[in-house]
Design a protein around this ligand. Structure first.
Ligand code: NAD
Ligand code: ZN
Length: 358
């Protein structure tokens, strides 16, 4: 069955549940599914130029109006300034409680638009149309929305679940290859945590941004399902949602120590190899070759820090730490994560030395 007419669907079992559609050329599906007839489409200038027209046309055909609000691409747009501009424009343009927001873009647009929806008139409906691979497999699902402060990333925000997520793999064609690889890191992470079939598929030659739509949709669906199932069990991150932090202790430390000179995907790809090594040192399944092979495919920039002494303070300061203890997610086996909070300095140093010498 053609993906256009029959997108795959899965549901996120939070209260109330919401659907995720995964397919190709979904503008008409979006237009027919959204409930409100007055829609604010938040997008960035780059994605707008490529993908807005098809959406507004389809909305028009469905008898709905879509007004676009354009932000500047990039992390700096996750700010109070942009939030306040969008909110003011929406108020000025007569949006009300019955209106809804569509986030058309990458994770920056999704986080900002979601938080705009959570705050406008104490909360209105919103829909996610993720356009980057990262937003498809990670940022658009789970209901975390927010903006940054000069003091740190994502320090202001809300849990606000979308009413629906529409993953259109046709958007990937225009995504730069480097961005595709960045998003692939979280997709691969989902494979390690819960669905090992993903690990096989990322090795295939069809795995690239222009790959066969059926193949990409199927793979992305499996990755999203891993996150959606975890969210359904632990919406507010009190327990197993922490598994999604696999690879992220080292990643956050690398980002902080280098003042964000390393990209998130690169940092997590290093973090996954680091965590795999830590598991191996404890006598658990050896998955370091798997993670190193993937790290090479990601082709990250070189490590911004080489001395462990420079990095360690940042590992100890991670915001996910509790009672002064570093909380790591490690894998006992593939698809069998566990939380470890007693890693010693020597264990961390040994894994770091291993990584630096790759
Ligand atoms: N809410 C969550 O749970 C969650 C999870 C992970 C990440 N995030 C957030 O997501 C953000 C990163 O997301 P991102 O990597 O998508 O960054 P992004 O939104 O900045 O997008 C990356 C770049 O790709 C461009 N782009 C996006 N889609 C495109 C397309 N189809 N064709 C051409 N260009 C396209 C954008 O214009 C941008 O320049 C961060 O702010 C991060 O904090 C949120
Ligand atoms: Zn991440």
């Amino acid at each position: 069955m053609a993906l256009e007419k029959d997108p795959r669907q899965l549901n996120v079992q939070v209260n109330p549940p919401y659907p995720i559609y995964i397919g190709k050329d979904l503008a008409t599906t979006v237009a027919n599914t959204v409930k409100s007839s007055k829609l604010a489409i938040i997008t960035d200038s780059r994605v707008k130029a490529l993908h807005l027209e098809a959406l507004t046309k389809a909305l028009k055909v469905a008898g709905k109006s879509g007004q676009a609000y354009e932000i500047t691409p990039g992390e700096d747009s996750k700010s109070f300034e942009t939030l306040s501009q969008v909110l003011s424009h929406m108020a000025h343009d007569g949006f009300d409680r019955g209106s809804a927001i569509i986030a058309l873009g990458g994770g920056v647009v999704g986080d900002l638009a979601g938080f705009t929806a959570a705050s406008f008139m104490r909360g209105i409906d919103f829909y996610q149309l993720p356009s980057s691979l990262l937003a498809m497999v990670d940022a658009s699902v789970g209901g975390k929305t927010g903006i940054n402060l000069p003091e740190g990333k994502n320090l202001v925000g809300a849990f606000w679940q979308p009413k629906g997520v529409f993953i259109d793999v046709a958007y990937l064609k225009t995504l730069p290859d480097s961005e595709f690889r960045q998003g692939a890191v979280e997709l691969f992470k989902h494979g390690l945590i819960k669905d090992t079939s993903i690990l096989e598929d990322v090795k295939k030659t069809e795995f690239h941004k222009d790959g066969e739509p059926e193949f990409l949709a199927d793979l992305i669906a499996r990755s999203v399902k891993v996150k959606a199932d975890i969210i359904a069990e632990d919406e507010k991150e009190q327990g197993i949602r922490a598994y999604l932090n696999l690879g992220h202790n080292l990643a956050h430390a690398l980002e902080a120590a280098s003042d964000h000179q390393i990209s998130h995907g690169d940092a997590v790809a290093y973090g996954l190899a680091f965590d795999a090594r830590l598991g191996l040192q404890r006598g658990w399944q050896d998955i370091s070759q798997e993670t190193l092979e993937f790290l090479r495919w990601v082709n990250p920039k070189k490590l911004p820090v080489t001395e462990f002494a420079e990095l360690e303070p940042f590992l100890k300061r991670d915001k996910k730490n509790k009672d002064g203890k570093m909380k790591f997610v490690l894998l006992k086996h593939l698809a069998e994560p566990c939380i470890v909070d007693d890693l010693s300095h020597d264990e961390l140093l040994e894994a770091w030395d291993f990584l630096v010498n790759q």
